[in-house]
Design a protein around this ligand. Structure first.
Ligand code: AMP
Length: 159
């Protein structure tokens, strides 16, 4: 199972909100074709290093497109992060329509892990933090899976 490199996929507010022509052929190609590992430098992240096994992590799930590893500062008895292996998308706001299937794969990976680990029936929560107000700290799209105890309500603390 080779670890191909990332394509860094960002989109800019101005181009997204205007009604200009759709993505250029070059950007479309870049958003759908992985590039070699060595090409990923400028847009690397902590999670990219975990993906390439350059820093340690407790990896608990892997398939062709998704890697899952335990969060280093768990917020619940089970706290696993799921990331795309081949595309570096900084935030949920940078997702492109053609990347919808990738989001589905993150969700399905979390669901499969929950079934495999035996807590799907008790239930769990998935979270994607996007930027400042959600407290996003690692700008490499990831899905949190939280489980293992009643999780209570969520949102603004105290409400
Ligand atoms: P977010 O705040 O949504 O960007 O989530 C980033 C998550 O990454 C946090 O829950 C951190 O605890 C977690 N994290 C940071 N560094 C590591 C690491 N080296 N290994 C595993 N999880 C990490």
């Amino acid at each position: 199972m080779a670890l191909a490199g990332f394509v860094c996929s960002t989109r800019h507010r101005d181009s997204r909100r205007s009604h200009k022509a759709p993505m250029s052929p070059a950007r479309h190609y870049a958003s759908t074709h992985p590039i070699p590992d060595r090409a990923m430098t400028q847009n690397d992240t902590l999670f990219g290093k975990i993906l390439r096994r350059e820093i340690p992590a407790t990896i608990v799930y892997e398939d062709d497109e998704v890697l899952g590893f335990k969060d280093i500062a768990p917020q619940a008895p089970v706290h696993v992060l799921f990331i795309p292996k081949h595309v570096l998308i900084p935030t949920m706001d940078d997702l492109l329509p053609e990347q919808a299937a990738l989001v589905g794969k993150l969700v399905l990976a979390a669901a499969e892990y929950a079934r495999r680990e035996g807590f799907a029936q008790e239930g769990y929560r998935v979270v994607i933090n996007c930027r400042e107000h959600a407290g996003q700290t690692v700008f490499h799209l990831h899905l949190h899976l939280l489980a293992g105890a009643p999780l209570g309500h969520f949102g603004v603390p105290g409400r």
